[in-house]
Design a binder for this molecule. Structure first.
Ligand SMILES: Nc1nc2c(ncn2[C@H]2C[C@H](O)[C@@H](COP(=O)(O)O)O2)c(=O)[nH]1
Ligand SMILES: [Mn+2]
Length: 200
């Protein structure tokens, strides 16, 4: 691990890990605003995105970098919290808060890791690589998949339609387009079946 040879003791590393651990307790705001029972955490969201990156077949992408981008992209939210579009925080303000948070978080690490994690966050934030743009699509795909799961869990088909409306047209990567198409087919069948039942 990062302590020991780097000259920085275990203490800052423990502080870093405790900070990152807070992501397990930051609920995803988009679900909180829709009164979803037991909303997932930011780390739940990033975990599945990392898995989605791991199972991509696209060998034009640096898969390892995609996994790292997925695991780091919302890390600032352990300090800033999960800012949703509905919060109407200006983009520049959100960027400033998250940039400051990433500086605070990464200054607990040795220089090489500090640079790596900060640059990963910046790459995603600026969408400056094919990997970052792919992971952004994973971000939105993971969200609508989660929305469909909440609809199933709550037996409220179609309740979270606005997440589908706001992400419509945002998918271009062939594997993600195919996944979203299957997800929508299954979701639409479930909605149709629910509303075809007598008394529905
Ligand atoms: N209702 C919507 N909420 C959205 C949308 N895009 C993101 N969000 C929510 C999800 C998270 O709680 C939060 C930020 O998500 P990030 O993964 O970008 O940090 O905002 C949307 O289109 N509709
Ligand atoms: Mn995200």
């Amino acid at each position: 691990m990062a302590s020991g040879s780097s000259g920085l003791g275990a203490r800052p590393l423990l502080q870093f890990l405790r900070l990152v651990g807070q992501l397990k307790r930051v609920p995803r705001t988009g679900w909180v605003y829709r009164n979803v029972e037991k909303p997932e955490s930011v780390s739940d969201h990033m975990y599945r995105m990392a898995i989605m990156a791991m199972v991509t077949k696209d060998d034009h992408l640096n898969k390892d970098r995609c996994i790292r981008l997925a695991l780091v992209h919302d890390m600032a939210e352990c300090i800033v919290g999960d800012i949703a579009p509905a919060d109407n925080i200006p983009k520049e303000e959100k960027h400033k808060q998250e940039e400051e948070a990433m500086r605070q978080i990464t200054q607990l690490l040795p220089e090489d890791l500090r640079k790596e994690l900060y640059e990963l966050w910046e790459e995603y934030e600026t969408q400056s690589s094919p990997e970052a743009r792919f992971v952004k699509q994973l971000d939105q795909c993971e969200m609508i998949l989660q929305a469909s799961e909440y609809e199933d869990l709550e037996s409220k088909p179609g309740r979270l339609q606005d997440f589908y409306d706001s992400t419509a047209g945002k998918f271009s990567h062939p594997e993600i387009v195919q996944l979203v198409s299957e997800l929508e087919a299954e979701r639409n069948a479930s909605i149709a079946s629910a509303f075809s039942k007598p008394g529905s």
